[in-house]
Design a protein. Structure first.
Length: 170
């Protein structure tokens, strides 16, 4: 089993319900949710004229291979109405593989660690909440250190995402 971190975001529709549904649809026999960060409301990057996002990071254990995990994430995005088109545009749900154990993967369809996670407060803040000592397998820096070096980008911590029958800290 590999420990993986996935980033979730939504800025269209009932954001919390979409994020909750995405999390619940992903979990299965090969992908076990361990814990989730709090919710963060974040300003959009790239295209500014769109609603703010809700984001969080989830920690899973998985026996899925990286490409299988990517396929599962894309399936859930499609099921929840995600239409790929405008880069950095509005979306019902976005699921990114941030880290897959200590693996470094570079292929046409997948790059892990996520190529921009070091530049995004909306990823680093919830990731640091879960595991501040976690190391970037490329730079060797801790998530806490990466977050300290990041400037700008507004994020507001919100109440945790409440899952059916579970506390936010699984």
């Amino acid at each position: 089993m590999k420990l993986v971190y996935l980033g979730f975001g939504s800025n269209i529709g009932d954001r919390e319900a979409l994020l909750r549904s995405a999390l619940e649809r992903l979990e299965g026999p090969n992908l076990h949710l361990r814990r989730i960060s709090g919710l963060y409301e974040t300003e959009p990057m790239g295209i500014r004229d769109q609603p703010w996002f809700l984001n969080f990071v989830a920690e899973f254990e998985t026996s899925l291979l990286p490409k299988q995990l990517l396929q599962a994430a894309h399936r859930v995005e499609r099921e929840l109405g995600r239409r790929r088109g405008l880069i950095n545009g509005p979306r019902t749900v976005d699921i990114d593989i941030l880290l897959y154990g200590s693996s470094v993967i570079q292929s046409v369809e997948l790059e892990v660690p996520h190529p921009r996670f070091r530049e995004r407060r909306f990823v680093l803040a919830p990731l640091a909440e879960l595991n501040p000592a976690l190391r970037d397998p490329v730079t060797g820096q801790s998530v806490a250190r990466l977050l300290e070096g990041l400037h700008g980008q507004q994020v507001r911590r919100r109440a945790p995402l409440v899952l059916a029958g579970n506390s936010p800290d699984l």
